[in-house]
Write a protein that binds this ligand. Structure first.
Ligand SMILES: Cc1ncc(COP(=O)(O)O)c(C=O)c1O
Length: 386
């Protein structure tokens, strides 16, 4: 009998994509998947058109067009004072997704342990499976989604090779504080562990929360892979351009894995990315301010119909507790929400290693126009409020 590999058998269909399909079938407002329903900035679109018209249509250098790597290095310097050598310390990939899997495959051997905070972005589990890594989960707990330092310390052993970090965080909206990052960094140094830091929401923070790249902490530059992408900052999730920044030694491994996985990211879109990374500070301030308005609109809508939720301090999701609305089974509740109310969300269990930890939670994404969010809130009010 022909069949799929043991690895593939361990994957379940992405719940997020399942919810998106159900939303399409029934015409529900899709707050499940985290992509914008508003246009990308005109300048980045014009730059992409110019690159295609100018015949930047063949393979770029496999580890990234020189213009984009220069722009990434300049941006890290401008935003965080980080010195990055674009010749030896950057690998451009197909989105942050490929940056993470290429980094794990380059750094982690089968049987090595990887520490993962939960709830987690749903790709990290399959990433660990593909690399043959053994995930060790450490809980982030509401209301501020902090971790117990003792529990974190206990997750590190001499088999630990890496820790996966995502700040600002999907799905909790947590922005790790400098103190929290210091305690993670101390363990990384003690156990000789690499931090794989997914910072794709770096520019989407609220209420004065400060994004701190863990690579900027003492002794961490050489043991961090900083992962990012154009996707969220420039509202181009479909372009598939991301990157990993790491020491020359780690980068050379990541570049090799990347070369054999995908050869390279779309060449003209890399040129457009180089233009976007040079946007002035005002662009990033407006981005965050616009997201704040969207956050507050959805937050008050959800609270108004009985969800319990903390205001996220970063990223663009609200992880809402629906117990007081009678939710005991998040997947059934999410399906009912699509069918009966016309609003799509992601069942909370998809963000946990043990589904029971997310049984009363739903994640709502708000990278949407005010019209979309208002329609979602109106439907929730009609369908849920008593
Ligand atoms: C934390 C996190 N990392 C990575 C990604 C995917 O990034 P990309 O589209 O650049 O592959 C997402 C998308 O939702 C995300 O939330």
């Amino acid at each position: 009998m022909l069949g799929v590999s043991k690895k593939a058998r361990r994957f379940t269909e992405s719940v997020i994509r399942e919810m998106t399909r159900l939303c399409r079938q029934s015409g529900a407002v899709n707050l499940a998947q985290g992509f914008p329903d508003f246009p990308a900035p005109q300048e980045i679109k014009d730059a992409a058109c110019r690159a295609i018209a100018g015949d930047v249509n063949q393979y770029a250098i496999t580890w990234g067009a020189s213009s984009l790597r220069q722009a990434i290095a300049a941006k890290q310097k401008r935003s965080y004072g980080m010195d990055v050598d674009e010749e030896r310390e950057i690998a451009v990939t197909c989105g942050a997704t490929e940056a993470m899997i290429a980094s794990i495959l380059a750094i982690v051997d089968p049987g090595d342990e990887v520490v993962v905070f939960e709830p987690f972005y749903e790709n990290y589990g399959p990433d660990a499976i593909l690399a043959g890594a053994v995930p060790r989960f450490v809980a982030l707990r509401p209301p501020d989604w902090t971790f117990d330092p003792g529990e974190l310390a206990a997750a590190f052993t001499d088999r630990t090779r890496a820790i996966i970090l995502n700040t600002p965080n999907n799905p909790t909206g947590k922005v790790f504080t400098r103190d929290e990052l210091e305690s993670i960094a101390t363990l990384c140094r003690k156990w000789d562990v690499v931090a794989l830091s997914d910072e794709i929401y770096e520019h989407i923070t609220y209420d004065g929360a400060e994004h701190v790249p863990i690579a900027t902490l003492p002794g961490m530059a050489d043991r961090t892979v900083t992962i990012n992408a154009l996707s969220k900052t420039y509202s181009v999730t479909g372009w598939r351009v991301g990157w990993a920044i790491a020491s020359p030694e780690l980068t050379s491994g990541i570049r090799k894995v990347h070369d054999f996985l995908t050869v390279g990211a779309a060449a003209p879109l890399q040129e457009a990315g180089a233009v976007a990374l040079g946007f002035p500070d005002r662009y990033y301030q407006t981005l965050a301010a616009d997201y704040l308005v969207r956050r507050d609109l959805l937050l008050s809508g959800l609270r108004g119909v009985g969800f319990q939720c903390e205001a996220p301090r970063g990223a663009y999701y609200i992880l809402a507790d629906a117990s007081s609305l009678g939710c005991r089974d998040d997947v059934a509740f999410a399906r009912r929400l699509i069918d009966m109310v016309g609003v799509g969300a992601v069942p909370g269990s998809s963000f946990f290693s043990r589904p029971e930890l997310g049984r009363t939670l739903l994640r709502f994404a708000f990278p949407k126009t005010a019209a979309t969010l208002n329609e979602a809130v109106a439907r929730l009010q009609r369908g849920l409020a008593h």
